[in-house]
Design a protein around this ligand. Structure first.
Ligand code: CA
Length: 229
């Protein structure tokens, strides 16, 4: 499967050259011009890596990077004309995984992309309870006892959020904000309904869940045990 790269860059010329180059290197590339388009696209289809320009017409690259990083585990490489130490630090503080200064050599960028994708691949597969539950973050595959389970995009995000921190209690508000975004006017019951659906799909006995437990008066926690390796 080709790795999918999202380019967020308002300078069309740069984006086009980059897209051509990346496609020739075997990547599948999507390009958007604005932060708004980027956010709605990521919600639909999570890319494997993001190349993000620091100055966009509708939002600061740093702000967009923080927003993305709050909700998704996607490597972000910042692309920018800014080269001062201070600007780099700001980028890293916003959660950027790497930083490339324009004008950049395509070989350098390619090396950085491959390095980030390699890192991600290592952590792409989460296995719990001796392989009973496997979550593949790269292709959104969930396996129970080796059999694929069909989760909706929202269900997958909720499961991944909780399974990413076993034992930690998440409130319904935290789940809503992480999965639907900060401005979503969600109801607590929305979360309960999703949890119920996930349990029916992944739990042997949804009435006595082994993975997604209710913490009364608080929220939910994931109680699977992560396998080594
Ligand atoms: Ca720009």
């Amino acid at each position: 499967m080709k790795a999918r790269i999202l380019i967020i860059e308002d300078e069309k010329k740069i984006a086009e050259i980059l897209k051509l180059y990346l496609e020739r290197e075997g990547f599948s590339v999507i390009h958007v011009l604005t932060a708004k388009d980027a956010l709605s696209l990521i919600k639909e289809d999570i890319p494997d890596l993001i190349i993000l320009d620091l100055i966009l017409p509708d939002m600061d690259g740093e702000e967009l990077c923080s927003l993305i990083k709050k909700n998704y585990d996607i490597p972000v490489i910042m692309l920018t004309a800014k080269s001062s130490e201070e600007e780099k630090v700001k980028g890293f503080e916003a959660g950027a995984d790497d930083y490339v200064v324009k004008p950049f050599g395509p070989k350098e960028l390619m090396a950085r992309i491959r390095a980030r994708l390699r890192e991600k691949k290592k952590t792409g597969r989460l296995s719990f309870n001796r392989g009973e539950l496997i979550i593949n973050t790269r292709n959104h595959e969930v396996l129970i006892g080796g059999k694929p389970v069909n989760l909706t995009n929202t269900e997958f995000k909720i499961l991944l959020l909780l399974a990413g921190r076993p034992g930690q209690v998440f409130t319904r508000e935290e789940i809503i904000s992480a999965v639907f975004g900060y401005d979503f006017e969600g109801y607590d019951r929305t979360v309960d309904a999703h949890i119920k659906n996930i349990r029916h799909k992944i739990e042997l006995d949804p009435g006595k869940p082994a993975f997604l437990r209710t913490v009364y008066g608080a929220g939910y926690k994931f109680t699977g045990t992560r396998d080594e390796g």
